[in-house]
Design a protein around this ligand. Structure first.
Ligand code: G3H
Ligand code: 13P
Ligand code: ZN
Length: 307
């Protein structure tokens, strides 16, 4: 059935695993992820960005996720990723999403609170849950000096006040991750002391880690070997994700790793079988690559198998 994240987060909060939230854009990606969650008997969040809605068109994604639920028999959360204003959150709640993110992180503290409150009020009245964000994820080209970190990372006291005043169901925090395939220029660094402090102050609030792809070197290498050009890609080390799950991180957002897995497989196939031109020939192995990637995440990084 379509479920909210309430129960699965409540359970994840008391244990050391985290729920994977995977970005979906088309049928093969959805099928690969859902097959993986089913094989691992794991809780699952499928998330849709504004870009995904635009690409696949809202009705297609909705129907594909409905089909996935029907076909798999799984309980699945359908979540809006990075909703930027009240309107898109309302639209998704009205469409039947069980969860939405209002990303007010670009606004100042009071504006973020006001916007989040507005979304929480509406979503809760319709039975949906809300994720908000406080603090700014590092940009690829952002300076990584310590003073810059403390200016953009989530302030623990503010996080406590934010949750209390908004009544939000879960909170995305900034502790050093960033979106995309280029997360660190030098040594990977996450501010676990900050995470622990936040978790201590709001122990009942499920925390969310965005930008949590690990950018496995094997997949970057495979893309590059077959004609790609993505030099210097670097993700969050796997053990850091596992550690974060112990300190209140209940939801781990993964998109880039799916893109890399799918693209590496398509590149390899097309190079090795230049005579093939039936899209199913390369999309089927791409779907399998997504499934393997997601099973690996669930089992070895998130520790969510059987949960
Ligand atoms: O947070 C970003 C996700 O990876 C979604 O990316 O906006 O390109 O769909 P997108
Ligand atoms: P990655 O780019 O690390 O996969 O992060 C995805 C994300 O945070 C989606 O909201
Ligand atoms: Zn994100």
């Amino acid at each position: 059935a379509l479920i909210t994240s309430k129960e699965i987060f409540a359970k994840a909060l008391t244990k050391d695993y985290a729920v994977g939230a995977f970005n979906v854009n088309n049928m093969e990606i959805i099928q690969g992820i859902v097959d993986a969650a089913k094989a691992e008997n794991a809780p699952l969040i499928l998330q849709v960005s504004a870009g995904a809605r635009k690409y696949a068109r809202p009705a297609y994604l909705l129907k594909l996720v409905e089909a996935a639920i029907e076909d798999s028999g799984l309980d699945i959360v359908l979540h809006l990723d990075h909703g930027e204003d009240f309107e898109i959150c309302k639209k998704c709640v009205d469409d039947g999403f069980s969860s939405v993110m209002i990303d007010g992180s670009k606004h100042d503290f009071e504006e973020n609170i006001a916007l989040t409150k507005q979304v929480v009020e509406y979503a809760h009245s319709k039975g949906a849950v809300v994720e908000a964000e406080l603090g700014k994820l590092a940009g690829v080209e952002d300076d990584i000096k310590v003073d810059v970190r403390s200016a953009t990372f989530t302030d623990p006291e503010e996080a406590a006040e934010f949750v209390q005043r908004t009544g939000v169901d879960s909170l995305a925090i900034a502790i050093g991750t960033s979106h995309g395939a280029y997360k660190f220029k030098g040594e990977p660094y996450l501010d676990f002391e900050r995470l622990k402090k936040i978790h201590e102050l709001i122990p009942n609030t499920p925390l969310v880690l965005h930008g949590a792809s690990t950018v496995l070197p094997e997949f970057v290498a495979k893309c590059n070997e077959y004609g790609g050009n993505i030099p210097g890609a670097q993700g969050v080390p796997e053990e850091m994700i596992t550690t974060a799950a112990k300190y209140g991180i209940c939801k781990v957002n993964i998109d880039t790793d799916l893109r890399l897995a799918m693209t590496a497989e398509v590149r390899k196939f097309l190079v090795e079988a230049p005579e093939e031109f039936d899209p199913r020939k390369y999309l089927a192995p791409a779907r399998d690559a997504i499934q393997r990637m997601v099973q690996h995440k669930i089992k070895n990084v998130l520790n969510a198998s059987g949960q």
